[in-house]
Design a protein around this ligand. Sequence first.
Ligand code: PLP
Length: 467
Amino acid sequence: MATENQGWRDALLADLRTRYERRFVRSRQAQERALRYLIDGGSHTMRLFDPFPFRAVSAQGARVRDLDGHEIIDYWQGHYANILGHNPAAITGPLAEALNRGHGLQTGIVEETQTDLAELLLSRTGDERVRFTTAGSLATMYCTILARAFTGRTMVIKIAGGWHGAQPLALRGTRYGREGFDGLDSLGLPQESASETVVTRYNDLDDLQAVFKRHGDRAACLLIEPFLGTSGFIAATPEYLRTARELTWRYGALLICDEIISGFRFCAAGLQKLYGVQADLSTYGKIVGGGMPVAAVTGRADVLALAGKATGRKVLFEGGTYSAHPASMLAGKVMLEHLVQHESTLYPQLAAAGERLRAGIEKVFADHGVLARCTGRGNEVLPGSSMIQVHFPCREDVALDSPDLVWNPQHCDVAMREQVLKLGLLLRDVNVSHGLGALSAAHSEADLSQTLEAFDWLAGEIARARG
Ligand SMILES: Cc1ncc(COP(=O)(O)O)c(C=O)c1O
């Protein structure tokens, strides 16, 4: 059954929208001002949901206070970067102290914190070298350029639904559209974005093998998230990631693991460590920046050396006024030290909270006769997970193991997940994205209970609207 034309759901959404507009009056006024200066009122589309986003005034731990005085439990948590919650003292303390003694804003002069963070990061990932930049999009762009230069090939194989930031060689198949996950995602891209980027279906061994058979000799790299983020919160199966490693070796392409979301989310290292796979290049960001703009390309010394003096700097992976920014390096260092020190307790605690929420959400919907399923669960190598998306499949047997299932309105009610949950839960002071988001160490048992109450209330509204 297709879910595109559900009249009752659209009526519910209209009602929630009216209630939201009434409840967030100051934020609506702020949006009107912002629209005079900013495209759509801001600079990041994910933050600019309809009819207008609520405005944060301050944030601490699990909660954000907004302009209208609400205390909102937040599962967006800085685009999933804030694994310790908002503004944790463990990071703001050392940052404030450093700023007071004249260390923090950019100097453009090399300092030691960068080496400290590099040493710590590599000791955890098992990679040989790292170079820092400021955004995940840049990091994945540098990876693809390095891979093309290293292999002397041009083709990039990526996952249908894989998001690697707005970088031209990965802007194919990131949004679900008429061609499924295979269209170009933007106008203005170089012709190569169409001719040299090929997509393959996530967790589909047959398709991966077929794509390598067809294009493997021309492939510079396979770019893959070991835990698929935006497109579904789906962990790669161990066999899939192992096969990705073997095929890239066999065909002479580089394996690039994009760990911008998964890095330090499930253990104090990259997720590939739990899978026993070592990529040629990897990207890290989000958590690794401790709430500050940091992204890193880690990997093999011989590949990264293409950016260095010894090889004549053949790849222009350099520059960046704010790369290795001192305050960012310090925040990243403090964050990683904290995660390493608390690894044995923090990750199991997060995973247990994740499981409690997943089971609780599925139950409250079931109690109201609404079929809802959560993704984000672990598997035989990933013991548990603090990432959760809530989906509304049309039938019990929709597998939810690939983005084309969770984003196709023929299989899942996408509007229910993306819009009804977003506005409905905000009426109960809970902020979610793509159905939920990421837990942090700051989310307490009471926060989880309040969240489940909010879901219970909304499930009742949905059941009533459906009639
Ligand atoms: C897996 C993945 N790669 C890359 C990026 C891009 O990172 P940034 O937003 O820092 O440019 C993101 C952003 O969400 C991401 O989720």
